[in-house]
Design a protein around this ligand. Sequence first.
Ligand SMILES: *[C@@H]1O[C@H](CO)[C@@H](O)[C@H](O)[C@H]1NC(C)=O
Ligand SMILES: *[C@@H]1O[C@H](CO)[C@@H](O)[C@H](O)[C@H]1NC(C)=O
Ligand SMILES: *[C@@H]1O[C@H](CO)[C@@H](O)[C@H](O)[C@H]1NC(C)=O
Length: 280
Amino acid sequence: MDVTEPFLADLNSKHTRYGLLERSPVSSWIKHALCGFALLNILIFCLNLFLIFNTNSVAARLIPGPDGSFRDLNDPDDVLSFVPHADNARKVIDGRLFTLNTTSAWDLVGPPSPTTDALWDELSAEGHEIILVNASTLRQAGYDPAKYFSAPLSWNFGPDMYPVQIDVFHQIHCLDVLRKHAHFDRYFPDGKTDWQHFGHCLHILLQNIQCHADLELIPHRWVEKDPVPFAQFSIGKRCRDFGAIKEWNLVHSRNVTHAMWQSSRPLEESVIWPGYGEGS
Ligand SMILES: *[C@@H]1O[C@H](CO)[C@@H](O)[C@H](O)[C@H]1NC(C)=O
Ligand SMILES: *[C@@H]1O[C@H](CO)[C@@H](O)[C@H](O)[C@H]1NC(C)=O
Ligand SMILES: *[C@@H]1O[C@H](CO)[C@@H](O)[C@H](O)[C@H]1NC(C)=O
């Protein structure tokens, strides 16, 4: 793609030059040379078109694009405005390392129990993943509605409504999957698990952490109970209001049951993506 713009600009400037040259007296060998040069240019142009087309189809095989939310991080209107995200809230990250088991966070990250499971289900919006958006919201998020699944009329959400989930809840689901694998015997008593699901989750979280690549600084200081300088993992950050997003999602989520997914069928006009729609 990087080649196209300079090339096209070059081609345009040559067109202008030919136009000027045609009106000036030019000897015939120059005309022939120019003709050959023009032909060569057309060939290069065709080759470029081929390469551009090919590059795009390679990308399409690797990622489910060109659709996708490539939104501008610095655009104040970036986040879809219908979700109240209240970003920029001042939060302090709880980075306790040696005293975490004395806090209520231990219910979340300590040994598993029904309390722990319920907390993770709530955080990951388990059973409340699905919200419905209209075609213009889907387009605003960067997706071509013609290529995506809209809820069948029998689901009673009205026409042209698209089931979606908000990414943060899938990411928390993935963290929960990792947590469950750390307590393998409890969650997989028959000793079996889907390692692709585990790997998918590890991969999702890695890529998202890399994507955000937080640049806050973690300093060190002398502490009473450690003979070497100890890192201060508890630091201040500007954050989205996750609680507000979770509340909004809970209120707006719709109950799409397993049976509803199972009984849905493609329409004649439905786009069927190759493979699993995510490249081979
Ligand atoms: C927390 O863990 C430490 C060991 O790291 C242990 O000595 C202490 O008893 C635990 N406290 C509680 C409240 O479980
Ligand atoms: C969704 O509906 C099903 C069947 O009506 C019900 O069993 C389930 O509890 C509901 N789930 C939620 C989250 O409301
Ligand atoms: C689509 O949904 C958004 C968010 O709920 C709403 O603001 C907008 O008016 C809707 N557009 C149409 C065409 O219904």
